[in-house]
Design a protein around this ligand. Structure first.
Ligand SMILES: [Zn+2]
Length: 670
């Protein structure tokens, strides 16, 4: 994302990083608020759109919080007579105009897209307008101005906002045109305020606002005031479209041939809510192909705003594929484990039918599980298909840069991304796991996310979804910076981080900067992969590192002692540190008391240290994590959700992918 700033007194056109405000060479500026000056009125047109109205309300609310003074919103054309005497063509004094009205009619907005906006500042007035669709562009313009004035939304709750108190507010003169964002689809909080704990209505509303204010465009329910959202479908859809109940009796041939029989459900797999049949479909069957396409067409043909939606054509969650000869013949004999060729061939057939019936409708296909790799026989993907590339397990090592040339997991990922792009898809979206589904402690991914979000642009990646498990206490910095980077990949990271430490931690900013930077540095230097959901993070917390982090935490605690706001903000961060400290103690105990045991899934290849004492400490750790109230949303955790199994596997059974060998070798520093 860039913006172009056009200074008032010069014809120079500048491109500036989005986070930086325009610099006015002529030193002209708008004194928006001064103690000795009448407050500017915020004008709307007399037929404002819901997003324009909300934009004005947001501006008013924040200006009031900043200055403690009472701003007014008035409709130009139907407003207060004292401000608009008969014959007046413009307001008296300094004013603000939001959205389309007679006051902004001279500004040409015809070419602006739905997320673009224009900010025009002169010494007399501030104008903020979006594009002709009058959707969220204008709202984004208001948030840009508020950020220029120092406002930040770090956490969804009111105590997570940073709103500076000022007597005077000034803006440099000039015209800023926001270019369309690099990512058309931006999601940090895909699962909402929290995923496992039931948030209150208030928390959900706050999370929606947080997402809108940080210019994400997926993570909230559609409301007219938010100016629309992106709604790509990416669910596992086979079992939802072709149900066993409706079709199996008449057409068993549509269903999976598994162990010699067409089956309703997989007899070897427990029924999961996300995958009730435990099997895929018979993708080579022409009748099924036809029916599947009809189902998608029925969904697509009455939808408006086709550019904001995609219709999922994704297989069921990881489970067996059909074993019939026709399906088998769709696979690459050189790589029979990969299901990508049959999935893509089937998807292309469906996509061609949909394209004929509903031009403009886009379909989305998850590249996931046994169909993550790009196909090798199918050499083209229909252009109305968007790929959702799931970078789980060995598809992402967060300790290494995406473009790191040395052998590492990310090499294959990069090749896969490049290949998907070559296959002709209209866009690739990545599906990320930059959130702790497997790790509830600190997850220092800011620089990793910045690396990916910047470099993905070289590969036609047009959107990013983060499967979130919001542990707001330990991982709040990551959630915030993820949102910031998605909006502006060229963000000046060090400057924004410094601002975060200063604003969010106040008197404790210095030790907390040291704390976060030490964690990011540790991830960078870590010799083993750390991947999806934070798997592998536990080994970073060696006794030596924990002791060093403890010094920063102790100092920060002391510095906020008498300051309730900063104490509250620090509380969850410290809880994350304590979590890691306890994990370190468990690993020390394993090293001291554990007996080497063969890993059941990796006979002869993997060994872990079993210790009853360590298991008891692990149980205590879970009790401790669960003891946190939902009030301040520290950990996102309830008894026995699947992510706790991953934690157990990692710290008790040494099972995170890539850690084969002897656990005793991994615990040398413990
Ligand atoms: Zn089949």
């Amino acid at each position: 994302m860039h913006r172009i700033w056009i200074p008032l007194v010069s014809i120079l056109v500048m491109r500036a990083a989005f986070s930086s405000g325009p610099v006015c060479e002529a030193d002209e500026k708008l004194a928006l608020v001064r103690p000795d000056q009448r407050l500017p009125v915020i004008f709307l047109g007399d037929k404002e759109s819901p997003a324009e109205k909300f934009a004005a309300q947001e501006l008013k609310a924040h200006l009031q919080k900043m200055t403690g003074r009472d701003f007014k919103i008035i409709r130009w054309g139907g407003g207060e007579p004292s401000r608009m005497p008969a014959g007046t063509t413009k307001p008296q004094g300094v004013y603000i105009a939001i959205g389309h009205s007679e006051l902004t009619a001279s500004i040409d907005i015809s070419g602006l897209g739905k997320e673009q906006y224009l900010i025009d500042v002169t010494p007399q007035r501030l104008i903020i307008v979006g594009g002709p669709d009058r959707l969220r562009g204008v709202l984004y313009g208001v948030y840009d101005v508020l950020e220029q004035l120092g406002v930040r939304w770090y956490r969804p709750e009111p105590w997570g906002e940073h709103v500076p108190r000022e007597d005077s507010l000034t803006l440099p003169s000039g015209r800023t045109l926001a270019e369309p964002p690099d990512y058309e689809y931006r999601s940090t909080l895909g699962g909402g305020f929290q995923r496992y704990r039931q948030p209150t209505v208030e928390q959900s509303d706050q999370a929606s606002l947080w997402s809108v204010r940080n210019r994400l465009n997926f993570d909230f329910e559609d409301e007219p005031r938010f100016g629309g959202r992106m709604a790509p479908g990416f669910d596992h859809i086979y079992y939802q479209l072709i149900t066993v109940e409706e079709y199996f009796d008449q057409h068993p041939e549509y269903f999976c041939l598994y162990k010699g029989k067409r089956r309703r459900v997989n007899p070897d797999d427990a029924v999961r809510p996300s995958n009730p049949t435990g099997l895929q479909l018979c993708l080579s069957n022409p009748g099924l192909q036809e029916l599947f396409a009809e189902k998608i067409i029925a969904r697509a043909k009455h939808r408006v705003n086709l550019d904001s939606v995609t219709f999922s054509i994704s297989p069921n969650d990881a489970c067996p594929f059909c074993e019939c000869a026709e399906c088998r013949s769709m696979d690459d004999p050189a790589d029979p484990e990969s299901m990508s060729n049959r999935v893509c061939a089937f998807s292309n057939i469906v996509a061609r039918q949909v394209a004929r019936a509903v031009p403009g409708a886009r379909l989305s296909l998850q590249a996931y599980s046994a169909w993550t790799k790009p196909p090798t026989i199918v050499d083209r993907i229909e252009p109305n298909i968007v790929i959702h590339l799931c970078l789980i397990n060995q598809w992402a090592d967060y300790t290494r840069k995406l473009n790191d040339a040395a052998p590492n997991w990310n090499l294959e990922t990069r090749n896969a991304i490049a290949r998907w792009k070559q296959l002709g898809v209209s866009a690739v979206y990545t599906y990320e796991y930059w959130s702790g589904y497997a790790w509830q402690g600190p997850l220092p991914l800011v620089r990793t996310m910045a690396d990916r979000i910047r470099h993905y642009r070289e590969f036609n990646i047009r959107g990013i979804y983060n499967e979130s498990h919001p542990h707001w206490g330990p991982q709040g910095l990551d959630l915030y910076m993820c949102a910031k980077l998605l909006w502006n990949p060229d963000l000046n990271l060090d400057r924004e981080l410094d601002r975060y430490y200063r604003n969010y931690y106040g008197p404790a900013s210095a030790p907390m900067k040291s704390y976060h930077e030490a964690l990011m540095g540790a991830l960078d230097e870590h010799p083993h992969p750390v991947h999806s959901g934070g798997r592998g993070m536990h080994l970073i917390f060696t006794p030596q590192r924990v002791a060093s982090l403890n010094r920063h935490i102790a100092l920060a605690t002391e510095l906020v002692e008498d300051q309730p706001l900063y104490k509250r903000r620090l509380h969850g961060v410290i809880a994350g540190y304590r979590f890691a400290e306890r994990v370190c103690e468990i690993l020390k105990l394993k090293k001291r008391t554990g007996k080497e045991v063969e890993m059941p899934d990796w006979p002869g290849r993997g060994y872990y240290l079993h210790s009853d004492q360590a298991e008891r400490e692990y149980t205590k750790l879970l009790q401790w994590v669960r003891s946190f109230s939902t009030g301040d949303a520290v950990f996102d955790i309830v008894p026995d959700p699947p992510h706790l199994w991953y934690l157990k596997e990692d710290i008790l059974e040494n099972a995170p992918l890539g850690f084969l060998g002897r656990e005793s070798n991994l615990l040398k520093e413990f």
